[in-house]
Design a protein around this ligand. Structure first.
Ligand SMILES: NC(=O)c1ccc[n+]([C@@H]2O[C@H](COP(=O)([O-])OP(=O)(O)OC[C@H]3O[C@@H](n4cnc5c(N)ncnc54)[C@H](OP(=O)(O)O)[C@@H]3O)[C@@H](O)[C@H]2O)c1
Length: 292
């Protein structure tokens, strides 16, 4: 019974968040990227950079003369993407949504492990390099790809892996909320120590990509006309992340949640500092990191 309620609520919350985003997209144009300064000599690591939004981010950052490292699932696909970008020529984005219950190789629930914990670990492991590479006026930038689905997200600290009660919708929303808690907590720590690194989180809107491949057949059918009319293209979905990575006006500015090129309020839960701190501790324990 409890399982059923959990499932239904997760489902309703995610779809309500989706409807709100679509209404917004119906009445508001996509953010147009301003001219961005060349990024010569800078290095970007884009997780999930081989397709979808991540691909568009990689492509655009290359055009700004950034050295882009595409971190992905499949080496051959990554190499093909590099070739494609080179021919055309001219950061955490990898993710899955609504995947039936599955575990990563390390035994984490897939949404939690891939969308959140993998990016948590990668970021923490890169922190020393990011701190050393940044300097006043040229901060290192961490950009976290969250989603409007975080608004309906709930964090079950004693069941992060959904072992007691699982819903794909709830798991996706939880992973996106966890990314925000991480993003704000990390920024606060960096500010306290005066490190030249900023962390901003981005919501790309609803974007027509392969992320929706795991919808049920019925939902896919229902999505089709909406996607054509109301979803953003991958290039439009990438614009706020590209802006966060390269805009001069965001130099030294962190701790934001950006949507459609603007600072926006994320959910009240995401600003809960006690929860942020508990989640940080739990995440360190899960990946075997010592806290500092
Ligand atoms: N599309 C939307 O409406 C929307 C809305 C809000 C937030 N987002 C977020 O935006 C991000 C990008 O999504 P998208 O829409 O561009 O989806 P997408 O086209 O499905 O791309 C997902 C990316 O994640 C990578 N990925 C998947 N499983 C992986 C794994 N096990 N290890 C490493 N990389 C893996 C994929 O790489 P491979 O191709 O190598 O598998 C792909 O590059 C996600 O974090 C998503 O949650 C999207």
């Amino acid at each position: 019974m409890w399982w059923l309620l959990h499932f239904i609520l997760g489902f309703i919350r995610l779809y309500l968040d989706g409807v709100k985003v679509l209404l917004y997209q119906l009445f508001n144009r996509s953010f147009t990227l301003p001219d961005l300064p060349k990024q010569n000599g800078k290095v970007a690591i884009v997780t999930g950079g081989a397709r979808g939004i991540g691909y568009e981010i990689s492509r655009h950052l290359v055009s700004l003369d950034m050295h882009v490292v595409i971190a992905g699932n499949d080496e051959q696909k990554g190499l093909a993407t590099v070739k494609k970008i080179q021919e055309e020529l001219n950061q955490g984005k990898a993710g899955v949504m609504l995947v039936p219950e599955r575990r990563t190789e390390d035994g984490f629930e897939l949404h939690f492990g891939l969308n959140y914990l993998g990016h948590f670990l990668l970021t923490v492991l890169l922190l020393d390099v990011l701190k050393k590479s940044g300097k006043p006026g040229k901060f290192s930038r961490i950009i976290i790809m969250s989603s409007a689905s975080h608004y309906g997200g709930r964090l079950t600290l004693d069941d992060l892996q959904g072992r007691m009660c699982y819903s794909t919708h709830g798991a996706y929303a939880q992973s996106k909320l966890a990314l925000l808690l991480f993003s704000y907590h990390l920024q606060n720590q960096l500010w306290v120590r005066g490190d030249p690194v900023t962390v901003n989180a981005v919501d790309p809107g609803m974007v027509d990509t392969a992320l929706y491949d795991n919808l049920s057949s019925l939902a896919k059918l229902a999505k089709k006309p909406f996607a054509k009319l109301l979803f953003r293209t991958p290039a439009e979905g990438a614009s706020t992340a590209i802006y966060s990575a390269a805009a001069s006006e965001l130099e030294g500015i962190g701790g934001l949640y950006l949507y459609n090129g603007r600072k926006t309020e994320s959910s009240a839960l995401s600003y809960d500092e006690r929860l942020q701190s508990k989640m940080w501790k739990e995440s360190c324990a899960l990946v075997g990191l010592q806290q500092n």
